[in-house]
Design a protein around this ligand. Sequence first.
Ligand code: DSN
Length: 451
Amino acid sequence: MLNPVLQKILDAETSRQQNTLDLIASENFTSAAVREAVGSVFMHKYSEGYPGARYYEGNENIDELENLCIEMVTKVFNLPSNWSANVQPLAGSNANLAVYNAILNPGDKILSMYLPDGGHLSHGWSYTPTKDRSDKDIQDLASDKPYYGGSTKISIVSKIFNVVQYKVAKDTSILDYSAIEQLAMQEKPKLIITGGTAYPREIDYKKMREIADKVGAYYLADIAHEAGLIAVGVLNSPIGIADVVTFTTHKTLRGPKGAVIAAKEEIIKLINKSIMPGLQGGPHNGTIAGITQALFEADTPEFKEYAAQVVENAKTLAGKLSELGYSLVSGGTDKHLILIDLTAKNLGGKFASYALNSAGIVTNKSTIPYESQSPVNPSGIRLGTPLITTRGLKEAEMIKLANLIDSVIKEAATLPLDDFEFFKQQIDSSQAIKEVKEKVQQLCSQFPFKV
Ligand code: DSN
């Protein structure tokens, strides 16, 4: 039995999840079977090393579990016969760090996507504080010139490696592959990375492979966000194209929080050493069991239908939001996420996401390409459909949801924005927000989270 204090917090969180519509693009609900596997006795075991070569005794079942998980990654992601996987990374950032640790030396050059355009911290990030920026820094940031980093190294990746970042095209907010190619030719990076957290469009993996080949770079495709959609062919796959593919297991793949690295055998050998003993100790075996269960679930026709519906829902939601007058970064979406540019609404992402949350619609504020505001109150909000699709919402509900989002944004835009605390009070007592909240709760009751 749980401690009553803990039980109370758990009950409150269960109720919050049940009674809100979660549009955070990186979140999902897992099945009861995934949660059972994660919380199982597998979590008790230390198993540093790999199947057949462990540092602790008693790992005969864990060996079988880890081999099964690798087999399921191979099957679900259709790995070529000369590829394998490491299923031990504790998180996506660790997986990426393990790749760098395996194939790069300190000081080597990485070419990755600019963080404010939708890249990821684990692909490197440094910046110059606003007060220290020269006129040239300010001009460069506002232009489509590549980003060479700033004075303050934020991510450990930027402390160790030399990170150069490509931006999306200024007019379309879409990757400009010829500009990336030109930059790669000029910079000669040792590693090129694609992927990120807020880029709504598909990536041309073949084109990126060609660019990497032209400059003799390794190519890492980080598909953390899209893994579930790629696994079943709803989106194109970089498997067999990139040198290394990393992904987290809890987003569109609907597993527990964890990560996987897939690559050619010879690179996986380096990555195995890089993970253990290079970066981690004992793997989280409960998580590996949960990932295995999620992969069994992904290997079904129902999951393929789910993944296709995630994209249909995102496209329908994006279409209706556009019709309602919202500006969407890149004009829409190819996948599970949408980025709304609120600049014309005069409402920062911090204010919009607070108001939506108050109405039971959970989102996150986000920078947009060529962002002019601080990341604390950026110009965008990010919406995603993986979790609401797991609940069973379909196109008709996306239309309702777009209208509810619009009602909240319209109400929030009528309020003064100079004092956030006052804004919060006004939102929390607004009749219009309460009415939206009731409609959100009706949808939640109609599409419950099946515990
Ligand atoms: N935090 C994840 C996201 O929300 O996209 C990425 O690590």
